[in-house]
Design a binder for this molecule. Structure first.
Ligand code: NAD
Length: 289
């Protein structure tokens, strides 16, 4: 299949490389990043998409996605499919899908879970919004770049599901970290805390699979000096998208709002920038007692 990938950063580059390694003819365009192995460079976004049957975008945010969509949609062949895998606001996802459909294209929003490691290993989860027939066309390619894809509903549903999931993740990570901070002060051994909570009603993915305490639980970024993994800035981005979605839909999300504020403080004032989001534990270790 002729596939174009636009946005070849930390995530897009390994995704494009995996598509090429599976035997597809992959063309790439990025304003800054080099081409990964097996991917043919194009001189512009519009040129990159002209012959493509499927275009995958993996870009930093909704404003950039909208700008790129304005360049590529008029250049794409009617009947081709535009699949955006970036994490963006629901409104941008829906606006881009509407533009694509009006031009006779298929359209999916398909943000991912799994991080850079998942992109490299081809084990991402795709969380997808759009029409069932477009999802069916894309499923074999999701199977190359990832190990699971979930069709959540029409356009925007993939972004909606992703930010709801990540709002839960941000809140539970903070709850897990502050509980470790409390346990420390109460003189409770961290391993004992893990043994109890991971098998009791306080268990969660944050505790059981991605424990923020070094040396406790399965291997996680905490055991590697909090090198991301999933960077604190990206958690702040997703919690900000959740807040925007809550405001525009009238939903009440007080825990999500508090988590966003704590991640903003952590990234901007408490040394969290460039660290894994589970390094939030160190913030609870250093507050004055
Ligand atoms: P990144 O910054 O490494 O890559 C983005 C790429 O887009 C860069 O190479 C940049 O040069 C390129 N770009 C920017 N403007 C462009 C334009 N106008 N035309 C063409 N290329 C352009 O970011 P990333 O970590 O690869 O993340 C990409 C998306 O995936 C984001 O939406 C992010 O929220 C999401 N995501 C990231 C992770 C992660 O762990 N990194 C996990 C899940 C989701």
């Amino acid at each position: 299949m002729r596939i174009t990938v636009i946005g070849l950063g930390n995530m897009g580059a390994p995704m494009a490389a995996n598509l090429a390694a599976a035997g597809h003819a992959v063309t790439g365009f990025d304003t800054a990043a080099p081409m990964p192995q097996g991917v043919t460079a194009a001189a512009s976004a519009a040129e990159a998409v002209r012959e493509a049957e499927v275009v995958v975008t993996m870009l930093p945010n909704g404003a950039i996605l909208r700008a790129v969509a304005d360049q590529i949609i008029p250049a794409m062949t009617p009947g081709a499919l535009l699949c955006d895998c970036s994490t963006v606001d629901v409104d941008s996802a829906r606006a881009v899908a509407d533009l694509a459909r009006a031009a006779g294209l298929g359209a999916l929003d398909a943000p991912v879970s799994g991080g850079i490691g998942g992109a490299q290993a081809g084990t991402l989860t795709f969380i997808v919004g759009g029409r069932p027939e477009d999802f069916a066309r894309m499923e074999p390619l999701f199977g190359i770049m990832g190990q699971k894809s979930v069709h959540c509903g029409d356009s925007g549903a993939g972004q909606a599901a992703k930010i709801c999931n990540n709002m839960i993740l941000g809140v539970t990570m903070i709850a897990t970290c502050e509980a470790f901070g409390l346990a420390d002060r109460l003189g409770l051994d961290r391993q004992k805390m893990f043994d109890v909570v991971s098998t009791s009603s306080g268990y969660s993915w944050s505790m059981n699979a991605y424990c923020p305490a070094p040396g406790v639980g399965p291997t996680s970024p905490a055991d590697n000096g909090y090198t991301p993994g999933f960077a604190a800035e990206l958690m702040l981005k997703d919690l900000t998208l959740a807040r925007q979605a809550a405001e525009s839909s009238g939903a009440e999300t007080p825990m999500g709002a508090m988590a966003r504020q704590l991640y903003e403080d952590f990234v901007q004032h408490q040394g969290g920038a460039g660290r894994d989001f589970s390094a939030m534990l160190t913030r609870f270790q250093t507050v004055p007692s």
